[in-house]
Design a protein around this ligand. Structure first.
Ligand SMILES: Cc1ncc(COP(=O)(O)O)c(C=O)c1O
Length: 372
């Protein structure tokens, strides 16, 4: 290596090593090894996965696909076919849809295409971390405004951040981690006033009371993000899509340089899930019913407050310090996402709505820990 190359390389490497990235605290496998138990004993309630989707039915669809698909070939019409199916599922034109490797990759794709160094993005806090990480990676600035105490948008404070430098507004509704939906009139007001692109993240849209998808034609600057990871239970496959006006959706489809971003197997599994929509509908209905039951039970435990949810998870706040609860639950093989302080609440956790038998164990453990 010549010396100038060496200096550049070292500098570049140091910069990349300092990039803020998403990290996982502990995996179920590592926890099972640590506790010397079988991994099936671990109660994983930290990633908002949807275990209500019938696994046997999904497996049947996968086996059918294994017979139908020729893995030696590149994907060709798969994506267009998925957009057609999504178009009837969502009642929007197929030109308004772009498909990607789930929500995270689509957020990254939008930000790579639209954010340049020193551009400013705006959002609120607390919310989903990925957009901030992607904007920072592009060399942009990420400004956040705290949510109000009732977890709703502080529209005046957000409007005050808008300027000719603000290119991206990220709104998440239902919001991760607060689990509530934002008021539609606030989303509408902010989107209409924003001078750039607005990402409306509806990853949890199927568990919620309303969606902006049917109104997309009213908002030429809005990109609605949806995923197969939650309602459809395909988190492992990584499939998602966005809905936007056809010009914007076309840029997101055609102006990302890679020709086959999503695997053909994944896309065709998405098509199969849409062809068998009862699997998703049954799962969502069962999860929502269990969510309400879980919230009620959590609220009966002394020192635990569970908030209203429009997603597949519930936000709770405990009287006992979050670190203590987290450690004691881990010892019992129960994994929650620890947040600690959120707005005026000191000890918050995000709890996936698990299957009833998992929730019984969580409730039992929390009761023991809280001495209820
Ligand atoms: C608000 C929100 N958006 C997007 C995602 C990305 O999910 P995926 O990449 O699995 O579609 C998540 C995942 O938890 C999320 O909580």
């Amino acid at each position: 290596m010549n010396t100038s190359y060496q200096a550049w390389f070292k500098q570049k490497l140091a910069k990349l090593q300092n990039l803020d990235c998403y990290r996982v605290d502990v995996t179920p496998e590592a926890l099972a090894t640590h506790l010397v138990v079988d991994q099936s004993k671990i109660i994983k309630l930290n990633f908002n996965e949807n275990l209500f989707v019938d696994r046997a039915k999904q497996t049947t669809l996968m086996k059918q696909l294994a017979d139908e698909i020729d893995l030696r070939l590149y994907p060709e019409d798969e994506e267009a076919k998925l957009r057609e199916k999504l178009s009837s599922y969502l009642c929007v034109p197929k030109d308004s849809i772009a498909v990607g490797n789930a929500g995270d990759e689509l957020i990254d794709r939008i930000i790579r295409l639209f954010i340049e160094p020193n551009d400013v993005a705006v959002s609120f806090t607390p919310s989903f971390a990925i957009p901030r990480l992607c904007v920072k990676r592009q060399g942009g600035e990420y400004i956040t405004v705290p949510l109000r105490d009732d977890f709703q948008l502080d529209t005046d404070a957000l409007l005050n951040t808008f300027s000719d430098k603000t290119c991206l507004l990220y709104l998440c509704s239902p919001n991760n981690p607060t689990s509530n939906q934002m008021k539609p009139q606030d989303i509408e007001k902010l989107t209409k006033a924003f001078p750039g692109i607005v990402i409306l993240d509806e990853a949890y849209g199927e568990f919620a009371n309303y969606s902006f998808v049917s109104r997309i034609q009213e908002f030429p600057n809005m990109i609605i993000l949806r995923t197969f990871s939650k309602a459809f239970g395909l988190a492992m496959l990584r499939l998602g899509y966005v809905v936007a006006n056809p010009e914007l959706a076309g840029v997101l489809r055609d102006r990302a340089p890679l020709p086959y971003p999503v695997s053909g197997f994944t896309i065709r599994m998405g098509i199969k899930m849409l062809d068998n929509i009862d699997i998703e509908q049954t799962a969502v209905a069962a999860l929502v019913a269990e969510r309400e039951n879980l919230i009620k039970q959590l609220n009966q435990i002394k020192g635990v407050e569970a908030f209203t949810s429009h997603a597949d998870f519930v936000l709770i706040n405990t009287k006992t310090p979050a670190d203590e609860i987290y450690a004691k639950l881990l010892k019992r093989g129960i994994m929650l996402k620890k947040w600690g302080r959120l707005l005026q609440y000191e000890n918050c956790f995000r709890v996936t709505v698990g299957l009833p038998e998992m929730n019984v164990k969580l409730i039992e453990a929390l009761k023991q820990i809280q001495g209820d």
